[in-house]
Design a protein around this ligand. Structure first.
Ligand code: C2E
Ligand code: CA
Ligand code: CA
Length: 966
């Protein structure tokens, strides 16, 4: 148990009075203090001692003298023992115990003294009064503490500044204890340093700056240092303090006689220290004061924290307000700047938008002026544009208070011209103007206006300045500065590009207009040309289909009708057609004796009479020279046909007049009855021709009906087919060559290879004898390849000097998919340069599958093999086809050349003329076939035909013939 501290009894209590028993009793009555009462008890035994307290077991007082510690402990134990129902030792008597705070114990080693009871009673009364008095005192103290704490809290919330508040705190602490010397230190654990916020000391008068941080190390092992490190209060003299600290103590500053310090704690952490000290001998701080200071310290810390937080807050608010003010100022400046930028931007947009408006220039510039006027003072404003050569300046827009004359000017030196020369914006005041004048940049005459200030910017195009935009001032209160110059320059960029865009748009519009006009004109021309062409084509078509002399349909026409007829029969096998092949008997005699004109008259008359024998839809056609045909549709075969044939014979009976002669004309006819067994026009014509031959043979002026037996006997198809196979095996085919010549000088330009059959019995046979059968049987392909190989092999010699060889390709062969590849392989194998090879194909071949044929021709052309259109004029003969296919050459069929044998032929002339025109236009060579007479050559050469082929220049011959000739 700890030893309770003794409080000393007051000096007056020590008065000792020696009295008798009686007197003792009466004196007891007047005893005013516990000591007076006890004195009465001790008058008989001076060794006894009384210990008492109103705050048992603290603050124990005693009389007559302070007992030793053992006695003190015994007394406390005795009270405790009694309270738990025990019995204290003999030499200790409990004089009074209220069971709570008031107790008094008698220590009497020599036995119990007299008057114990009355003294004890009186002592009880006195102690009770004393206890009440002390209680009042404590309450007063508690109230004072309370007030102090309120005051502290109040100060923290007040608007006192920190030094005032600290002084206030000091005052309050002084009210609670002796605190003349007092300091408050705040500890910063982060920096391990102290700040002495407040320091009052009568001895140590140093000034400590509350803002200066003092490292804790500087006061190492001092009292304050220990307060922070040991975190517990310290109290007492230096000697006592030395015992309380956890290590050696080093004293700083003046040595005090008594010292009391408490750490200020918050959440287990030291935040500072509160210290009071005394230099006065005799003062001693009590534990009660220590607890009080610790208690106060807590509140002081709170108050300080509140104050510093508040101060910090105020400082922050102030700082923030300052920052906000700065930001605000900056923002306002920015807003102004931005507003200006926006105005400028808006102006530029407006100018840019103007270019999209289809406005007149005047309007456009006016708008620009208005926009510039919003940005700077532009009462006097003009836009100048330089001519392309830069010599002339014109003013498309100007508004000016003084100047009225804005005519264009050339070769002058004004400010505008100066900017055009330099390409830079220019701000001119009086001084600058003078300088420019002296430098000779400006003519004096250009400076007569009362201009005070002038500002101009160049309108910069891709290749330098194209103009100038300028403002000027005649008033002293209107001026321009660099900022305005900058702005006008901005505007000028936009203006320049707008003007250029305007110009470009105008130019484009003009270009478009003129282009449109030209297209219009050209379209008109083309339309006219097309109309003409269509007319020509229709005319040609008609000419191609009709005979010019008799106006009758021609061979081509007849073939068409026959083809259609065949197609119809294929659909409707019950039908039949009849073909009358008619030849005028001995017409050559008429021609030779009476001349061509008479011959023509006769032919016309024959045509008329034939036409009178039939009705639509039957058709009379002139095939060639004196050959005619009648096609009879839907006939009761063969009776109708015979009847019509009879009628024809009869119609010829009346005499004809030709020139001044009366002539008796007759005709022979071969008739073919056409049924669905026919699949080619050629066969029909062939059969009818065969029958005609029979009719002539039988004495003319008659008709013969073709029958199949007739054909079989005539040609012996089956035999022929067999013979052809053998001919292939026996290598009986051979090429003959016929030259193609330039009509102008008859030089040979190439040779056509023509097939010949060296028949063992019948000698040399031309294709006419066997081609039909070869084609029908399919043998033609094998024959062709044989023929091609031979022709290329022996034809090498013919092209040595240049020129070409042509090969006739049968339709079916040419239409085979791999034809071109095989042909190329053949030339490669033989070593024949494809450059010298041309292939002849007929229109019929090409029209089967035109697209595929175009492709084949294209591929061949890429391989350097060109193509010729053979027998042109006998098929559809459309000029359109000629354009469609990639051809090198067109061979005009012999039937068109024949009429020029001796005379003229308008029809042939028209056809040939058209072909020649087209050929020349397309760069296609035209060859006239079957030229037999010099007249024909003459006519064709005159018409502009460059090439020809025919007996006149050479018949088909074996290669040796031509090589020998060379
Ligand atoms: P084509 O291609 O029109 O050949 C021209 C024909 O006219 C040749 O008859 C030629 O001898 C003949 N001719 C040339 N100049 C004259 C002339 O001034 N007056 C007259 N009246 N005739 C002339 P050819 O040789 O009898 O050939 C007949 C047709 O046989 C050829 O007509 C051609 O279509 C075909 N042909 C010829 N050789 C071949 C061949 O190797 N293969 C194939 N598939 N057909 C061939
Ligand atoms: Ca030919
Ligand atoms: Ca031909």
């Amino acid at each position: 148990m700890t030893i309770p501290r003794l409080s000393k009894a007051k000096a007056g209590d020590a008065a000792v009075v020696s009295v008798g028993m009686e007197e003792a009793a009466s004196r007891l009555l007047y005893a005013a203090t516990p000591a007076e009462a006890i004195e009465i008890l001790l008058r008989t035994d001076r060794r006894a001692t009384v210990l008492w307290s109103t705050r048992w077991p603290r603050d124990i007082a005693c009389h007559p003298a302070a007992p030793d510690d053992a006695t003190l402990v015994e007394a406390v134990d005795a009270v405790a023992t009694t309270r738990t129902g025990g019995v204290p030792p003999e030499h200790l008597r409990i004089l009074h115990d209220d069971g709570d705070q008031i107790a008094a114990v008698l220590h009497c080693p020599a036995g119990c003294p007299e008057l114990l009871e009355p003294v004890a009673r009186r002592l009880r009364e006195l102690l009770t009064v004393l206890g009440m008095q002390q209680s009042v005192l404590r309450l007063e103290q508690a109230e004072m503490l309370q007030r102090s704490l309120y005051a502290i809290a109040d100060m923290a919330g007040s608007d006192l500044d920190m030094p005032d508040m600290l002084r206030g705190l000091h005052r309050i602490v002084s009210g609670l204890m002796y605190a003349e010397n007092f300091y408050i230190a705040l500890y910063d654990s982060g920096h391990d340093s102290l700040r002495f916020l407040y320091f009052a000391d009568v001895v140590d008068t140093q000034e400590l700056d509350p803002d200066v941080e003092i490292p804790l190390a500087q006061i190492e092992r001092g009292l304050t240092w220990y307060l922070v490190r040991d975190r517990k209060p310290l109290m007492g003299s230096s000697e006592q303090l030395r015992k309380q600290v956890s290590g050696p103590l080093r004293l700083h500053g003046a040595d005090s006689s008594d010292w009391l310090g408490v750490p200020m704690m918050r959440e287990g952490q030291v935040r500072g220290a509160l210290v009071v000290q005394s230099y006065l001998e005799g003062t001693q701080y009590t534990t009660a004061e220590m607890s009080l200071l610790a208690f106060v310290a807590e509140h002081v810390l709170t108050a300080l924290e509140r104050k510093t937080t508040q101060e910090e807050l105020e400082r922050r608010v102030e700082e923030r307000t300052r920052q906000l003010a700065e930001t605000n100022f900056e923002l306002r400046r920015e807003v102004v700047e931005r507003e200006r930028g926006e105005r400028l931007q808006a102006a530029l947009y407006q100018i840019a938008a103007l270019t999209n408006v289809e406005d007149t220039n005047e309007h456009f510039y006016h708008h620009v002026h208005a926009i510039v006027g919003e940005l700077i003072d532009a009462e006097n404003f003009y836009i100048a544009l330089a001519s392309d050569d830069g010599a002339t300046v014109s003013f498309p827009y100007a508004r000016d208070r003084h100047e009225r004359d804005w005519k264009a000017r050339s070769h002058r030196r004004g400010l505008t011209e100066y900017i055009l020369r330099t390409g830079k914006p220019l701000l001119v005041d009086g001084a600058r103007a003078q300088a420019l004048l002296e430098a000779g940049e400006i003519e004096p005459e250009m400076m007569v206006k009362p201009t005070l200030m002038w500002l101009g910017a160049p309108l910069l195009g891709a290749e330098g300045p194209i103009g100038v935009v300028a403002v000027q001032s005649y008033d002293s209160d209107v001026g321009f500065d660099e900022r305005d110059a900058e702005l006008l320059t901005f505007v000028s960029y936009q203006l320049a590009s707008s003007i250029q865009r305007h110009k470009a748009a105008d130019a484009l519009k003009q270009a478009n207009a003129s282009l449109e006009q030209r297209v219009e004109e050209r379209t008109g021309e083309l339309r006219e040309q097309i109309v003409v062409r269509e007319q020509i084509e229709a005319q040609l078509q008609h000419q191609v289909m009709h005979d010019a002399l008799t106006k009758l349909p021609n061979r081509v026409h007849l073939r068409h009708r026959l083809e259609r007829g065949i197609a119809r029969l294929a659909r409707d096998p019950g039908q039949r057609l009849g073909l009358l092949y008619i030849d005028v008997d001995r017409f050559k005699v008429v021609n030779d004796s009476l001349g061509h004109l008479a011959g023509d008259e006769v032919l016309k008359e024959v045509a008329r009479r034939l036409a009178s024998c039939v009705r639509e839809p039957d058709m009379v056609a002139r095939l060639a020279g004196d050959e005619f045909a009648i096609l009879i549709e839907q006939v009761q075969i063969p009776e109708t046909v015979s009847k019509i044939a009879q009628r024809v014979l009869q119609s010829m009976r009346p005499a004809m007049t030709a020139g001044d002669r009366e002539l008796q004309i007759s005709v022979s006819m071969g008739i073919a009855i056409i049924d669905d067994s026919y699949d080619s026009t050629d066969r029909i014509l062939h059969d009818a021709d065969l029958a005609l031959y029979r009719a002539k043979d039988a004495g003319r002026n008659r008709f013969v009906l073709f029958d199949h037996a007739m054909q079989r006997t005539a040609i012996g198809v089956l035999d022929l087919e067999q013979s052809l196979r053998e001919a292939l095996l026996n290598d009986e085919f051979t090429p003959y060559f016929q030259p193609l010549v330039r009509l102008a000088d008859e030089t040979v330009v190439g040779y056509e290879a023509l097939l010949r059959w060296q028949h063992p019995q019948r000698g040399i046979l031309a294709p006419g004898e066997f081609l039909q059968v070869a084609e029908d049987s399919g043998l033609i392909q094998a024959i062709d390849w044989r023929m091609f190989r031979l022709a290329l092999e022996c034809g090498q010699g013919l092209v040595r000097e240049g020129g070409y060889i042509t090969l006739n390709v049968s339709p079916r062969l040419f239409q085979q998919e791999d034809f071109d590849t095989r042909m190329l392989e053949l030339t490669t194998e033989i070593g024949f340069d494809p450059m010298h090879l041309r292939l002849e194909v007929t229109e019929g071949t090409l029209l089967g599958d035109p697209e595929a044929m175009v492709a084949v021709l294209q591929r061949l052309r890429e391989a350097k093999i060109e193509a010729a259109l053979d027998d042109f004029g006998t098929g559809h003969s459309s000029l359109g086809h000629v354009q469609r296919f990639p051809l090198k050459m067109i061979k005009i069929d012999r039937s068109f050349i024949a009429p020029f044998e001796t005379g003229t032929s308008p029809r042939s002339s028209a056809v040939i003329g058209a072909i020649l025109a087209l050929g020349h236009a397309l760069g296609v060579e035209i060859v006239a076939e079957g030229i037999e007479t010099p007249h024909q050559r003459e006519v064709l050469a005159t018409m502009g035909c460059d090439y020809g082929q025919g007996y006149l220049f050479g018949r088909p011959q074996p290669v040796d013939h031509w090589l020998g000739k060379q």
